[in-house]
Design a protein around this ligand. Sequence first.
Ligand SMILES: [Mn+2]
Length: 376
Amino acid sequence: MLVAHVSDTHLGAAQFGLKEREDDCYEAFNEVIDVSIREGVSIIVHSGDIFDDPRPTGTSLAKFAESLQKLRDKGIPFLFTLGEHDISRVSATPSALLFEKLGLAQYIGRGEPKMVKGINFVGFHKHRKTEAAELVKKLNQLQTPRNERSVLVLHQALFEAHKYAGEISVNDLPRNFSYYAMGHLHDRFEKKFDMLGGLLCYPGSTDPTGVEGVESFEKGFYIVDFSSEEVSANWVKLESTRPQLSVEVKYEALEEEIKSIIASIPKEKKKPVVRLGISGSSIDPAVVSSKIRALAERCLYCDWQPMEKVEGAKVISRPADMEEEVMRIAKELLKNEDLAYFAVKELLPLLEQGKTDEANDMLWETFERRRFDFRR
Ligand SMILES: [Mn+2]
Protein backbone atom coordinates (compact mmCIF):
# COMPACT_ATOMS: atom_id res chain seq x y z
CA MET A 1 0.00 0.00 0.00
CA LEU A 2 1.66 3.20 -1.21
CA VAL A 3 0.69 6.76 -0.29
CA ALA A 4 2.16 9.77 -2.07
CA HIS A 5 2.93 12.73 0.19
CA VAL A 6 3.30 16.11 -1.48
CA SER A 7 3.25 19.65 -0.13
CA ASP A 8 3.67 23.33 -0.95
CA THR A 9 2.81 23.16 -4.63
CA HIS A 10 1.98 26.89 -4.67
CA LEU A 11 0.02 26.62 -7.91
CA GLY A 12 -0.09 30.02 -9.57
CA ALA A 13 3.25 31.24 -8.22
CA ALA A 14 5.26 32.97 -10.93
CA GLN A 15 8.84 33.76 -9.98
CA PHE A 16 9.85 37.12 -11.54
CA GLY A 17 6.27 37.38 -12.84
CA LEU A 18 7.17 35.02 -15.69
CA LYS A 19 4.53 32.87 -17.38
CA GLU A 20 7.14 30.12 -17.90
CA ARG A 21 7.82 30.00 -14.16
CA GLU A 22 4.09 29.78 -13.44
CA ASP A 23 3.88 26.87 -15.91
CA ASP A 24 6.82 25.21 -14.11
CA CYS A 25 4.68 24.98 -10.95
CA TYR A 26 1.83 23.29 -12.80
CA GLU A 27 4.26 20.98 -14.54
CA ALA A 28 5.88 19.99 -11.24
CA PHE A 29 2.49 19.13 -9.75
CA ASN A 30 1.57 17.18 -12.87
CA GLU A 31 4.78 15.21 -12.61
CA VAL A 32 3.88 14.30 -9.01
CA ILE A 33 0.47 13.05 -10.19
CA ASP A 34 1.86 11.13 -13.19
CA VAL A 35 4.68 9.47 -11.25
CA SER A 36 2.23 8.57 -8.46
CA ILE A 37 -0.12 6.90 -10.94
CA ARG A 38 2.79 5.10 -12.64
CA GLU A 39 4.17 3.84 -9.32
CA GLY A 40 0.80 2.43 -8.29
CA VAL A 41 0.11 4.82 -5.42
CA SER A 42 -3.29 4.25 -3.73
CA ILE A 43 -3.79 7.66 -2.07
CA ILE A 44 -2.25 11.13 -2.43
CA VAL A 45 -2.03 13.41 0.58
CA HIS A 46 -1.22 17.13 0.25
CA SER A 47 0.04 18.95 3.35
CA GLY A 48 -1.06 22.45 2.37
CA ASP A 49 -0.20 25.53 0.34
CA ILE A 50 -1.88 24.03 -2.67
CA PHE A 51 -2.25 27.48 -4.18
CA ASP A 52 0.14 30.39 -3.92
CA ASP A 53 -2.65 32.87 -3.36
CA PRO A 54 -5.88 32.55 -1.33
CA ARG A 55 -7.62 33.92 -4.41
CA PRO A 56 -6.16 31.65 -7.07
CA THR A 57 -6.50 32.55 -10.74
CA GLY A 58 -8.77 30.65 -13.11
CA THR A 59 -5.70 29.01 -14.61
CA SER A 60 -4.49 27.64 -11.26
CA LEU A 61 -7.97 26.36 -10.41
CA ALA A 62 -8.33 24.70 -13.81
CA LYS A 63 -4.87 23.10 -13.65
CA PHE A 64 -5.61 21.74 -10.19
CA ALA A 65 -9.00 20.42 -11.35
CA GLU A 66 -7.39 18.64 -14.33
CA SER A 67 -4.96 16.82 -12.06
CA LEU A 68 -7.72 15.84 -9.64
CA GLN A 69 -9.86 14.48 -12.48
CA LYS A 70 -6.93 12.35 -13.63
CA LEU A 71 -6.71 10.88 -10.12
CA ARG A 72 -10.46 10.34 -9.84
CA ASP A 73 -10.42 8.38 -13.13
CA LYS A 74 -7.79 6.10 -11.61
CA GLY A 75 -9.66 5.76 -8.31
CA ILE A 76 -6.94 7.51 -6.32
CA PRO A 77 -8.33 9.69 -3.49
CA PHE A 78 -6.71 13.10 -2.98
CA LEU A 79 -6.62 14.26 0.65
CA PHE A 80 -5.48 17.70 1.70
CA THR A 81 -5.06 20.22 4.45
CA LEU A 82 -4.65 23.98 4.06
CA GLY A 83 -1.57 26.15 4.39
CA GLU A 84 -1.46 29.88 5.11
CA HIS A 85 -1.32 30.55 1.38
CA ASP A 86 -4.66 28.78 0.94
CA ILE A 87 -6.33 30.70 3.74
CA SER A 88 -7.30 34.33 3.41
CA ARG A 89 -6.83 36.47 6.52
CA VAL A 90 -10.38 37.68 6.14
CA SER A 91 -12.61 34.77 7.01
CA ALA A 92 -13.86 33.33 3.76
CA THR A 93 -14.22 29.84 2.33
CA PRO A 94 -10.79 28.75 1.10
CA SER A 95 -10.83 28.08 -2.65
CA ALA A 96 -9.48 24.56 -2.23
CA LEU A 97 -12.67 23.55 -0.39
CA LEU A 98 -14.52 23.91 -3.67
CA PHE A 99 -12.91 20.66 -4.76
CA GLU A 100 -14.24 18.90 -1.68
CA LYS A 101 -17.73 20.09 -2.60
CA LEU A 102 -17.25 18.75 -6.12
CA GLY A 103 -16.20 15.37 -4.73
CA LEU A 104 -12.74 15.58 -6.31
CA ALA A 105 -10.80 15.83 -3.06
CA GLN A 106 -11.25 15.21 0.65
CA TYR A 107 -10.40 17.89 3.18
CA ILE A 108 -8.82 16.43 6.30
CA GLY A 109 -7.86 19.66 8.10
CA ARG A 110 -10.73 19.66 10.60
CA GLY A 111 -9.09 17.36 13.12
CA GLU A 112 -11.63 14.59 12.45
CA PRO A 113 -10.15 11.16 11.66
CA LYS A 114 -11.05 9.78 8.26
CA MET A 115 -10.52 6.16 7.27
CA VAL A 116 -9.39 5.90 3.66
CA LYS A 117 -8.50 2.50 2.19
CA GLY A 118 -7.67 1.16 5.64
CA ILE A 119 -5.46 4.03 6.76
CA ASN A 120 -6.65 6.52 9.35
CA PHE A 121 -5.91 10.11 8.28
CA VAL A 122 -6.29 13.13 10.52
CA GLY A 123 -5.03 16.65 10.01
CA PHE A 124 -5.30 20.29 10.94
CA HIS A 125 -5.24 23.34 8.75
CA LYS A 126 -2.47 25.87 9.30
CA HIS A 127 -2.45 27.54 12.71
CA ARG A 128 -0.51 30.76 12.84
CA LYS A 129 2.18 31.31 15.41
CA THR A 130 -0.24 33.20 17.66
CA GLU A 131 -2.59 30.18 17.50
CA ALA A 132 0.12 27.63 18.31
CA ALA A 133 -1.10 27.04 21.88
CA GLU A 134 -4.60 26.36 20.60
CA LEU A 135 -3.27 23.85 18.08
CA VAL A 136 -1.20 22.06 20.71
CA LYS A 137 -4.34 21.71 22.84
CA LYS A 138 -6.21 20.16 19.92
CA LEU A 139 -3.29 17.82 19.22
CA ASN A 140 -3.31 16.67 22.84
CA GLN A 141 -7.00 15.88 22.61
CA LEU A 142 -6.55 13.69 19.53
CA GLN A 143 -7.42 10.07 20.16
CA THR A 144 -4.22 8.54 18.98
CA PRO A 145 -4.83 5.22 17.37
CA ARG A 146 -2.78 2.22 18.43
CA ASN A 147 -2.50 -0.92 16.34
CA GLU A 148 -3.68 0.74 13.18
CA ARG A 149 -2.03 2.49 10.30
CA SER A 150 -2.44 6.21 10.74
CA VAL A 151 -1.21 9.49 9.28
CA LEU A 152 -1.12 12.92 10.90
CA VAL A 153 -1.20 15.79 8.39
CA LEU A 154 -0.04 19.27 9.45
CA HIS A 155 1.11 22.50 7.85
CA GLN A 156 3.41 23.74 10.61
CA ALA A 157 7.13 24.26 11.10
CA LEU A 158 8.75 22.26 13.88
CA PHE A 159 11.56 23.88 15.86
CA GLU A 160 13.47 20.65 15.38
CA ALA A 161 13.25 21.03 11.60
CA HIS A 162 13.79 24.79 11.37
CA LYS A 163 15.27 26.80 14.21
CA TYR A 164 13.83 30.13 13.06
CA ALA A 165 10.53 29.25 11.43
CA GLY A 166 9.53 26.83 14.22
CA GLU A 167 5.98 27.10 15.58
CA ILE A 168 5.57 23.91 17.57
CA SER A 169 7.89 21.20 18.84
CA VAL A 170 8.06 17.45 18.30
CA ASN A 171 6.95 17.08 21.94
CA ASP A 172 3.64 18.71 21.02
CA LEU A 173 2.81 15.94 18.54
CA PRO A 174 0.73 12.88 19.45
CA ARG A 175 2.96 9.80 19.66
CA ASN A 176 1.31 6.87 17.97
CA PHE A 177 1.00 7.78 14.33
CA SER A 178 2.69 5.60 11.73
CA TYR A 179 3.58 8.59 9.57
CA TYR A 180 3.71 12.38 10.03
CA ALA A 181 2.94 14.14 6.73
CA MET A 182 4.23 17.66 7.23
CA GLY A 183 4.06 20.77 5.10
CA HIS A 184 5.18 24.42 5.25
CA LEU A 185 8.96 24.15 5.10
CA HIS A 186 10.13 24.46 1.53
CA ASP A 187 13.26 22.40 2.06
CA ARG A 188 13.02 18.67 2.40
CA PHE A 189 13.40 17.24 5.91
CA GLU A 190 13.04 13.66 7.07
CA LYS A 191 13.58 12.17 10.52
CA LYS A 192 12.54 9.31 12.78
CA PHE A 193 12.21 10.89 16.24
CA ASP A 194 12.53 8.45 19.15
CA MET A 195 9.40 9.75 20.86
CA LEU A 196 7.23 9.38 17.76
CA GLY A 197 5.67 6.19 16.44
CA GLY A 198 6.66 6.69 12.83
CA LEU A 199 8.69 8.68 10.39
CA LEU A 200 8.17 12.47 10.06
CA CYS A 201 8.72 14.05 6.64
CA TYR A 202 8.57 17.41 4.93
CA PRO A 203 8.77 16.86 1.16
CA GLY A 204 9.46 20.59 0.66
CA SER A 205 7.98 22.66 -2.14
CA THR A 206 7.62 21.10 -5.59
CA ASP A 207 9.11 24.15 -7.29
CA PRO A 208 10.97 27.12 -5.84
CA THR A 209 8.71 30.12 -5.26
CA GLY A 210 9.90 33.71 -4.92
CA VAL A 211 10.73 33.39 -1.21
CA GLU A 212 13.38 30.76 -1.77
CA GLY A 213 15.54 33.05 -3.88
CA VAL A 214 17.76 31.81 -6.66
CA GLU A 215 19.66 28.68 -5.67
CA SER A 216 20.32 25.16 -6.89
CA PHE A 217 17.40 23.02 -5.79
CA GLU A 218 16.32 19.44 -5.81
CA LYS A 219 12.54 19.27 -5.55
CA GLY A 220 10.31 16.29 -5.07
CA PHE A 221 7.81 14.35 -2.97
CA TYR A 222 7.55 11.15 -0.94
CA ILE A 223 6.10 7.77 -1.75
CA VAL A 224 5.35 6.20 1.61
CA ASP A 225 5.10 2.44 1.92
CA PHE A 226 2.58 1.15 4.48
CA SER A 227 2.81 -2.51 3.54
CA SER A 228 5.07 -3.56 6.40
CA GLU A 229 4.97 -2.85 10.14
CA GLU A 230 7.67 -0.18 9.89
CA VAL A 231 6.51 2.53 7.48
CA SER A 232 9.22 3.66 5.06
CA ALA A 233 9.37 6.68 2.78
CA ASN A 234 11.10 7.04 -0.54
CA TRP A 235 11.83 10.54 -1.76
CA VAL A 236 11.21 11.02 -5.48
CA LYS A 237 13.13 13.77 -7.22
CA LEU A 238 11.24 15.69 -9.89
CA GLU A 239 12.82 15.74 -13.33
CA SER A 240 10.97 18.80 -14.66
CA THR A 241 12.61 21.24 -12.21
CA ARG A 242 14.19 24.21 -13.98
CA PRO A 243 17.85 24.68 -13.02
CA GLN A 244 18.63 27.81 -11.01
CA LEU A 245 22.00 29.12 -10.05
CA SER A 246 23.34 32.03 -8.14
CA VAL A 247 27.00 32.83 -8.73
CA GLU A 248 29.39 35.44 -7.46
CA VAL A 249 31.80 36.55 -10.15
CA LYS A 250 34.65 39.03 -10.36
CA TYR A 251 34.24 42.02 -12.65
CA GLU A 252 37.84 41.78 -13.88
CA ALA A 253 37.40 38.16 -14.89
CA LEU A 254 33.84 38.46 -16.16
CA GLU A 255 34.42 37.05 -19.63
CA GLU A 256 36.09 33.82 -18.51
CA GLU A 257 33.61 33.33 -15.66
CA ILE A 258 30.66 33.75 -18.03
CA LYS A 259 32.18 31.17 -20.37
CA SER A 260 32.49 28.60 -17.62
CA ILE A 261 28.91 29.23 -16.47
CA ILE A 262 27.65 28.71 -20.02
CA ALA A 263 29.61 25.45 -20.21
CA SER A 264 28.00 24.24 -16.98
CA ILE A 265 24.40 24.71 -18.20
CA PRO A 266 22.79 21.27 -18.59
CA LYS A 267 21.68 20.89 -22.22
CA GLU A 268 18.87 18.39 -21.60
CA LYS A 269 17.13 20.59 -19.02
CA LYS A 270 14.91 23.65 -19.29
CA LYS A 271 16.63 27.00 -19.81
CA PRO A 272 17.99 28.05 -16.40
CA VAL A 273 17.44 31.03 -14.12
CA VAL A 274 20.78 32.67 -13.35
CA ARG A 275 21.68 35.41 -10.92
CA LEU A 276 25.11 36.96 -10.90
CA GLY A 277 26.59 38.94 -8.06
CA ILE A 278 29.42 40.97 -9.53
CA SER A 279 32.22 42.10 -7.26
CA GLY A 280 34.86 44.68 -8.08
CA SER A 281 35.22 48.40 -8.41
CA SER A 282 33.98 50.86 -11.04
CA ILE A 283 31.57 48.38 -12.56
CA ASP A 284 30.26 49.68 -15.87
CA PRO A 285 26.69 48.41 -16.46
CA ALA A 286 27.08 48.77 -20.23
CA VAL A 287 30.16 46.56 -20.19
CA VAL A 288 28.40 44.00 -18.00
CA SER A 289 25.36 43.96 -20.30
CA SER A 290 27.44 43.24 -23.35
CA LYS A 291 29.56 40.61 -21.60
CA ILE A 292 26.64 38.65 -20.21
CA ARG A 293 24.60 38.73 -23.43
CA ALA A 294 25.76 35.28 -24.57
CA LEU A 295 24.76 33.86 -21.19
CA ALA A 296 21.41 35.66 -21.11
CA GLU A 297 20.50 34.11 -24.46
CA ARG A 298 20.81 30.65 -22.95
CA CYS A 299 18.71 31.52 -19.91
CA LEU A 300 15.02 31.94 -19.25
CA TYR A 301 16.00 34.74 -16.90
CA CYS A 302 19.36 36.23 -16.09
CA ASP A 303 20.10 39.22 -13.92
CA TRP A 304 23.08 40.67 -12.15
CA GLN A 305 23.75 42.84 -9.15
CA PRO A 306 26.87 44.71 -8.17
CA MET A 307 28.06 43.78 -4.70
CA GLU A 308 28.66 47.02 -2.84
CA LYS A 309 29.51 48.07 0.68
CA VAL A 310 27.18 50.62 2.32
CA GLU A 311 27.22 51.79 5.96
CA GLY A 312 28.15 48.59 7.69
CA ALA A 313 25.68 46.43 5.81
CA LYS A 314 26.65 45.00 2.47
CA VAL A 315 23.83 46.02 0.15
CA ILE A 316 23.09 44.72 -3.28
CA SER A 317 22.06 47.88 -5.09
CA ARG A 318 19.36 46.32 -7.25
CA PRO A 319 17.77 43.52 -5.24
CA ALA A 320 15.47 41.38 -7.38
CA ASP A 321 13.91 39.80 -4.35
CA MET A 322 13.15 42.47 -1.78
CA GLU A 323 12.05 40.04 0.92
CA GLU A 324 15.31 38.15 0.73
CA GLU A 325 17.27 41.39 0.79
CA VAL A 326 15.43 42.85 3.81
CA MET A 327 16.13 39.63 5.71
CA ARG A 328 19.82 39.78 4.85
CA ILE A 329 20.17 43.40 5.96
CA ALA A 330 18.24 42.75 9.19
CA LYS A 331 20.61 39.91 10.05
CA GLU A 332 23.60 42.09 9.40
CA LEU A 333 22.30 45.01 11.46
CA LEU A 334 20.80 43.10 14.41
CA LYS A 335 23.79 40.73 14.52
CA ASN A 336 21.42 37.97 15.55
CA GLU A 337 19.70 35.64 13.13
CA ASP A 338 16.87 34.74 15.50
CA LEU A 339 15.99 38.37 16.13
CA ALA A 340 16.19 39.25 12.46
CA TYR A 341 13.85 36.42 11.59
CA PHE A 342 11.44 37.48 14.32
CA ALA A 343 11.45 41.12 13.18
CA VAL A 344 11.11 40.53 9.46
CA LYS A 345 9.06 37.38 9.17
CA GLU A 346 6.79 37.62 12.17
CA LEU A 347 6.45 41.17 13.43
CA LEU A 348 6.72 43.13 10.19
CA PRO A 349 3.88 41.35 8.32
CA LEU A 350 1.47 42.19 11.16
CA LEU A 351 2.62 45.79 11.43
CA GLU A 352 2.36 46.23 7.66
CA GLN A 353 -1.31 45.43 7.94
CA GLY A 354 -1.81 47.72 10.90
CA LYS A 355 -2.48 44.77 13.23
CA THR A 356 -0.93 46.40 16.26
CA ASP A 357 -2.91 44.33 18.79
CA GLU A 358 -1.72 41.07 17.30
CA ALA A 359 1.83 42.44 17.10
CA ASN A 360 1.59 43.45 20.74
CA ASP A 361 0.36 39.97 21.74
CA MET A 362 3.20 38.44 19.83
CA LEU A 363 5.77 40.62 21.62
CA TRP A 364 4.34 39.69 25.02
CA GLU A 365 4.25 36.03 24.17
CA THR A 366 7.83 36.17 22.97
CA PHE A 367 8.86 37.92 26.16
CA GLU A 368 6.94 35.60 28.48
CA ARG A 369 8.25 32.49 26.82
CA ARG A 370 11.77 33.95 27.01
CA ARG A 371 12.32 33.17 23.38
CA PHE A 372 15.29 35.50 23.15
CA ASP A 373 17.99 35.84 25.76
CA PHE A 374 18.93 39.51 25.80
CA ARG A 375 21.57 39.15 28.52
CA ARG A 376 24.05 37.81 26.01
MN1 LIG B 1 4.51 27.07 1.47
